[in-house]
Each structure stands twice: as C-alpha cells, then as structure tokens.
Ligand binder design. Structure first.
Ligand code: GDP
Length: 140
C-alpha cells in the first residue's frame, strides 16, 4: 500500500476528440500527481513492444494500427494505490460495459478505441514506466 506510480496513455481517439485536457484535469481532480508527461507519436516498433503480451490475439494488428494512428499522451501518475485507482477511473475495456463516470464510458468509442490505457498491476506498471521514462522513474 501507500504511494505508488502507474502509467497512463491517452490514446489517439481521445487526443483527436480534444479530450486530453479534460482527462488530465480529471487525473488532478482525483488526486493523482502528474510526475512526467509527453505528447508522442508511437512508432510501430514501440507499439508492438508495448503490447507484446497481446501479439497472438486476433486484434493485435488492428490495435497497433490504431495506437500509431495519431499522437498519444504518455502520463506517469503517482498517488495512493495509483494502479488500482486508475483502473477504476478508466472503467471496463469495452466502453459499453464501463461504469457511469469512468473515462472509457465518457470518451471511449469501441472496445478498441477506448480512450485510455492504464497499467493493470504493480509489476506491469514498473515495466511500462521504465519503457517510457526509464528505470529511475519507477518508484516514488
Ligand atoms: P485493458 O487492460 O482494459 O486495456 O485491456 P486489454 O489489456 O485486454 O487490451 C489492451 C487493448 O487492446 C484494449 O485497451 C483495447 O484497446 C484493445 N482490445 C482489447 N480487446 C479487444 C478486442 O476484443 N478487439 C479489439 N479490436 N481490440 C481490443
């Protein structure tokens, strides 16, 4: 327990619909500290490495194409139980099944174009933070 860090990505669909501001504002309102942040266009290789765990899934190529279709905002968040609290704030993978008030319910368009990414465990968060911001950024 205690303060920890997690990785968020505001995905291309959310950036395109000009939701990066509202989503960042929501992070601040929910008590997260934004430690690092960058607007980036992922390369195909970066997206494939980041989502390597899904390589065998039928939607993998579509997911990669989507993730490189426009700029994303990669955000390093810190707070109490940040991984779990950010997952709750995001909502279910499929926006149609996401709870009211969640980011995916508000901004997601489909199970693929679902507005935000968030690390799904503390171990994954460490890997994802190191991938984008270096090993020194992993711990508070
Ligand atoms: P998450 O942890 O809630 O983001 O969900 P997953 O780790 O299972 O999937 C990673 C990402 O792949 C999701 O956020 C979606 O963008 C995409 N995705 C997941 N399931 C599907 C699917 O069934 N079809 C498509 N096209 N994309 C999917």
């Amino acid at each position: 327990m205690g303060r920890e860090r997690t990785l968020a990505i505001i995905k291309p669909d959310a950036v395109k619909q000009r939701a990066m501001g509202p989503i960042l504002q929501r992070y601040e309102e929910e008590g997260f500290r934004i430690v690092e942040m960058k607007l980036a266009r992922l390369t195909k290789a970066e997206a494939e490495t980041f989502y390597a765990v899904h390589r065998a899934r039928p939607f993998f190529q579509s997911l990669i194409s989507f993730m490189i279709s426009g700029p994303v905002v990669v955000v390093l968040l810190e707070g109490e139980r940040a991984v779990e609290r950010h997952r709750t704030l995001m909502g279910a993978t499929d926006p149609a099944k996401a709870a009211e008030g969640t980011l995916r319910k508000r901004y997601g368009k489909s199970i693929e174009e679902n507005a935000v990414h968030g690390s799904d465990s503390e171990a994954t968060a460490k890997d994802e933070i190191a991938f984008f911001f270096g090993a020194a950024a992993v711990s508070p």
